[in-house]
Design a protein around this ligand. Structure first.
Ligand SMILES: *Cc1c(COP(=O)(O)O)cnc(C)c1O
Length: 460
């Protein structure tokens, strides 16, 4: 029976290459590792070329040394601080570096942690705001059991905030975006605030368009509010995409802990932190903004160490990958990589703009995102969904999706430029893009059925 299962059998001559790889119950006997490796790898082959995937913010390239180091450290469990004290120190170093990058006023008082991604980090940020609100509201004599807390954010939020509100029973108050406000409407934000508001979230890099909320303005509005109210508002910045881009490229932009009401910031290490998916970060400017109930102790070198993440066990390799990048690139390394990526985004944006067919929503000026809709009056027969299909034929993955509520009659396309999209690949993309348009202009278009509107649009 097993004679077809030894190392000498060529993979494609083996019995197993004739069978389904994806099983619904375990086979009784093992198969050889070389066959399992080969066939499973082949199974995953047709997911598209990661380097041509312009749909995702998540990293698709790391240096071979980083990959090696990460694969050599996969067995380390990030939560076992006493078994892996050096790994715990590496995580601490990352938190210190981010506190510094985000200009925390007093690094000795900041507290933070790694997470699986921004989603977990946002849960923690939201919980900290909720617990703090509850304590302060009770002190102000409010019967907190009788009222539902709320969170204020623009309707351009990423789905994790909706999850937060559903999971922890918080009312999500959306400040609507509209055609004149493609980010948080700072003139109206206070209309959504009341005594039960746990905080306002500003977004540094709206997932749909890459636009930034005006967090400087928001901060001054909050300062003004706090002067006239006993209820004190705080700001959390969801910097999933901008948090490790802006500090390098636009160090003078005020969005971070230099603003007095910004109490916490999250980012995704796997976006412009340049690590493979699986790492996020959250930092509080001061321990006092992280209620003690959310801090738990794990054993560490005969003593204990505070932890605050929701997840318990996970591999530390992503944290180590993050530190590798910090240690290897330094400030200027990140700056050079990001500037070059931004240049590619700007080149792509100008080529797209030159066709005069598109209304541009982002030309790479905030983060290296190019986002555009078809102009209304071009007389063109095809849609951005057709263009997405055409680009896909050439291997490029560029999604088309509607903007969120109130703007959902606008369908956009978004190109996320990442470090591994070099100038040459950028030029190849531009050429393909132009040819696809040419082909569509000549083509007999099969009209799509009206698509169901997807309220989440595109969430990553
Ligand atoms: C990507 C993103 C998230 C979610 O981040 P993950 O790291 O994928 O969990 C949250 N907020 C914003 C603004 C994002 O762009």
């Amino acid at each position: 029976m097993l004679k077809n299962n030894n190392q000498d059998i060529p993979v494609f001559g083996s019995l197993f290459s004739d069978e389904e790889v994806l099983l619904s119950s375990l086979r009784t006997e093992p198969i050889s590792s070389n066959i399992a490796y080969r066939l499973l790898k082949d199974q995953l082959i047709d997911e598209g070329n990661a380097r041509q995937n312009l749909a995702t913010f998540c990293q698709t390239y790391m240096e071979p040394e980083a990959s090696l180091l990460m694969s050599e450290t996969m067995e380390k469990n990030a939560i076992d601080k006493s078994e892996y004290p050096q790994t715990a120190e590496v995580e601490k170093a990352c938190v210190a570096i981010l506190s510094d990058l985000w200009q925390a006023p007093d690094k000795l008082h900041t507290i933070g942690t790694s997470t699986v991604g921004s989603s977990e980090a946002c849960m923690l940020a939201g919980l900290a705001m909720k617990f703090r609100w509850r304590k302060l509201a009770a002190e102000r004599g409010i019967d907190v059991k009788m009222c539902q807390p709320n969170l204020v954010i623009s309707s351009g939020y990423q789905v994790c905030w909706e999850k937060f509100c559903v999971y922890w029973d918080v009312e999500l108050r959306e400040v609507p975006m509209d055609k004149t406000h493609l980010n948080l409407d700072t003139d109206r934000v206070l209309d959504y605030v009341d005594e039960n508001t746990i905080g306002i979230v500003g977004i540094l890099g709206i997932t749909y368009t890459g636009k930034f909320d005006d967090i400087l303005k928001l901060d001054s509005i909050v300062s003004e509010y706090n002067q006239h109210n006993t209820h004190q508002l705080v700001i959390h910045v969801d910097a999933a995409s901008g948090g490790m881009f802006t500090p390098f490229v636009e160090p003078d932009r005020l969005w971070d802990f230099r603003l007095e009401n910004v109490v916490s910031i999250n980012t995704s290490g796997h976006k412009y932190g340049l690590v493979y998916p699986g790492v996020g970060w959250i930092i509080w400017r001061d321990k006092k903004y992280l209620p003690e109930e959310l801090i738990f102790e794990v054993s560490y070198l005969g003593g204990s160490m505070p932890t605050m993440a929701i997840n318990f066990s996970r591999s530390a390799s992503q944290i180590i990958g993050q530190y590798y990048n910090f240690y290897r690139f330094g400030f200027n390394g990140y700056l050079d990589i990001h500037l070059r990526t931004q240049e590619v985004a700007k080149d792509i944006a100008s080529a797209i703009e030159e066709t005069q067919l598109f209304e541009m929503y982002n030309t790479g000026e905030t983060i290296p995102i190019v986002c555009y809709a078809l102009k209304k009056d071009t007389g063109i027969q095809w849609t951005l969904y057709d263009l997405a299909d055409r680009l896909q034929m050439r291997g490029w993955q560029v999604p088309a999706y509607p903007l969120p509520k109130n703007l959902d009659d606008i369908v956009v396309q978004r190109i996320v430029c990442r470090a591994d999209l070099g100038k040459n690949r950028g030029i190849a993309f531009i050429n393909d893009f132009k040819e696809c348009i040419e082909e569509l202009n000549q083509a007999h278009i099969l009209f799509h059925d009206k698509r169901n509107k997807d309220t989440y649009g595109f969430t990553h």
